[in-house]
Design a protein around this ligand. Structure first.
Ligand code: ZN
Length: 140
C-alpha cells in the first residue's frame, strides 16, 4: 500500500500538564480535521504506558512506568480507523539515569510537558486502517 501525498498544514503546539499524551495528540489532529499526517514530539511525562507486540501471540503486552521520564523522541502518524482520527506513535523515553525505554504509545501516558508538531498530508484519498490478517494488526 502506497500513495503519493503533498504537505498540507503544519500544527505546532503544546499539550497541557496532566493531559493524556496519545489522546491529546489525537484530539489536536481531529480538531484540525487532519485525516492523514505525521506527528513528532519531545518533552516529559509523569507516567508512561506503552506496548510491545508479541508477533507470534498476536497481542500487545503493556509496560507501565509510574515515574517521571523524558520524551527523547515521539514519532508517529495520523490516519483514519473506522472513520476516527487515530495517532499511531512510538516513543523513546529516558529515566533519571539516562536509560532508554520505549514502545508503542498507549493511553495512560500523562504529560508533564510536551511540544508537538503535526504535519498534515494531502493525497488523492486518505489511508485508512483495516485488519491485516497476516500480522493481526490494523494497518494501512
Ligand atoms: Zn505501534
Amino acid at each position: 500500500m502506497e500513495i503519493t501525498v503533498s504537505p498540507g498544514r503544519r500544527l505546532l503546539g503544546r499539550l497541557a500538564k496532566g493531559e493524556d499524551l496519545l489522546a491529546g495528540l489525537e484530539q489536536r489532529g481531529a480538531a484540525a480535521g487532519i485525516k492523514l499526517g505525521a506527528v513528532r514530539a519531545i518533552g516529559a511525562v509523569s507516567r508512561a504506558r506503552f506496548g510491545y507486540y508479541h508477533q507470534t501471540e498476536r497481542r500487545y503486552a503493556f509496560l507501565e512506568f509510574s515515574e517521571p521520564l523524558e520524551i527523547l523522541a515521539l514519532l508517529g502518524n495520523v490516519s483514519l480507523k473506522d472513520g476516527q482520527v487515530m495517532v499511531h506513535a512510538h516513543v523513546t523515553l529516558a529515566d533519571a539515569q539516562g536509560r532508554a525505554w520505549g514502545g508503542h504509545l498507549a493511553e495512560g501516558t500523562l504529560v508533564f510537558a510536551c511540544e508537538y508538531e503535526i504535519q498534515e498530508y494531502l493525497g488523492e484519498k486518505p489511508l485508512a486502517r483495516a485488519l491485516d490478517e497476516e500480522t493481526g494488526l490494523f494497518l494501512w
